[in-house]
Design a protein around this ligand. Structure first.
Ligand code: NAD
Ligand code: AKB
Length: 304
């Protein structure tokens, strides 16, 4: 049995469907803090910061693999640092302890937020020193360290990707800094206008959700002996400025974007512009399929 925590979020909404298609609906249990409005499959409400209930769910259901998506993202994390640390670090510790006790495999995502402003901004490589300035970034570095500790000292097969900003149409995200790229599509189609919370020249690494889901499943399917990293694979697809994205959307929709940077600009300024993912490409044959043009066609068609 496979458990997905944080399953009602931006990634979980799509990963659960992909896992149901791959392994069968009866093999996947989705869980989250909140109840689903309409969900087709097995669902159990679960707070990952509560060790007892989390362990009970795993024991009762014979969980063998966990995709641990429950987290607090960067913008919410800056506003509520204690909650961010509790969910992203204490919650993960619970998940790792249970993984050890029940001999589970684990997928635990990291983020481009692990990088701080002191690393090369372009083509940021896998092995740079991690000095993030955001609370979220610090919890993600801690998460990578904890996962590596459990891999090295407790033989837990734990794998993870440093996702860039993910763009998708099935779920409007909240709480992240890269959300502006998704909101821009939603509002362009619904209202023909968007007030963007970063400046027009803000350029960040991004990826279409279909590629992110494919990468996740590909990494989990890769033979362990081919992996030179575990919880922290750099992954890259495309980088563009907010204005370039607005221009791309404008080629499909009559659309006006205005730029009013807020506190999230400061978070974006500390992150890289582009990522070097050569290890993911050589270790498990990662290759993205979507560029900004193909992604925009998919986004606009589906949102319409
Ligand atoms: P999300 O915020 O959309 O979803 C997270 C889910 O976790 C939510 O449904 C929330 O209700 C749930 N949750 C929060 N606290 C919980 C708790 N205590 N117990 C159980 N569930 C709880 O996030 P997402 O975008 O789906 O991200 C999933 C993972 O991927 C996170 O680790 C995030 O850091 C990472 N990531 C996401 C992106 C992205 O662009 N979406 C980029 C980089 C990394
Ligand atoms: C966020 O903006 O917080 C996330 C991320 C890049 O980790 N999308």
């Amino acid at each position: 049995m496979i458990l997905v925590t944080g399953a009602l979020g931006q990634i979980g909404t799509e990963l659960v469907i992909a896992l149901q298609e791959k392994y069968g609906k009866d093999k996947i249990i989705a869980s989250d803090l909140k109840e689903p409005e309409n969900y087709d499959g097995k669902f159990i409400k679960c707070d990952v910061t509560n060790f007892e209930t989390y362990e009970e769910i795993n024991e009762k259901n014979g969980i063998k693999t966990v995709y641990h998506l429950a987290a607090i993202l960067s913008a919410t994390g800056e506003k509520n640092p204690e909650l961010c640390k509790k969910v992203n670090v204490n919650g993960l510790e619970n998940v790792l302890k249970v993984a050890k006790k029940y001999d589970q495999r684990l997928f635990c995502p990291s983020s481009i937020a692990v990088f701080g402003p002191d690393v090369p901004k372009e083509n940021t490589s896998q092995n740079v020193e991690l000095n993030p300035e955001t609370v979220y970034g610090m919890t993600k570095v801690k998460g990578e360290e904890l996962c590596d500790l459990y891999f090295n000292e407790h033989d837990i097969d734990v794998r993870g990707i440093r996702y860039p900003g993910l763009i998708s149409w099935k779920h409007r995200p909240t709480g992240g800094t890269t959300d502006y790229a998704v909101e821009m599509y939603f509002d362009a189609v619904a209202k023909g206008e968007y007030e963007c919370f970063v400046s027009k020249d803000t350029r960040l690494p991004m990826m279409f959700m279909d590629d992110a889901i494919r990468a996740t499943i590909q990494l989990m399917d890769a033979p362990l002996e081919s992996l030179n990293y575990h919880s922290n694979y750099n992954l890259s697809s495309m980088s563009f400025s907010a204005e370039e994205l607005a221009n791309e959307i404008s080629s499909h929709v009559d659309f006006n974007c205005i730029y009013k940077p807020d506190y999230r600009q400061d978070i974006a300024n500390t992150w890289p512009i582009s990522i070097d993912d050569k290890d993911a490409r050589s270790d498990w044959n990662w290759e993205p399929k979507f560029d900004i043009t193909k992604m925009t066609e998919e986004m606009i068609t589906n949102l319409r």
